[in-house]
Design a binder for this molecule. Sequence first.
Ligand code: GCU
Length: 138
Amino acid sequence: AATVRYEAENATNVQGAVEADHTGFSGTGFVNSANAAGPYTEWTVNAPAAGTATLALRYANGTGSARVADVSVNGAVVSAGRSFGATANWDTWATSTLTATLRAGDNTIRVTATSAGGNPNLDYLEATTADAPATEYQ
Ligand code: GCU
């Protein structure tokens, strides 16, 4: 299985700004969403084969309380009201990991804030996808 890191700052961000005023992020920054329900970050993940993938979302949440978001794959919610617990501060990052079924080729992975605080700060999505079979039977 291959793991690929997709930076949030390179994703499609609606109601989100790329910032770098906290430490510890990967790449050139992180995405700070608007403090509202509805903002989203959407990555396009390419899978060599259909199958189960591990999706690791790196985030920071220095508010002291959880932020909540829906995670969807190709338009279907696969984790509703997913809780992104507080991290010690905005410089401290945690990883929230889920599994999802991907199709071969491109897949959209979207994290949409569903509570008034918006999304946590998002650093990246790391996707570990199924390998293409070594032999194809036809
Ligand atoms: C602070 C913090 C931001 C964060 C924001 C929030 O302003 O510096 O990085 O995004 O809070 O509440 O989402």
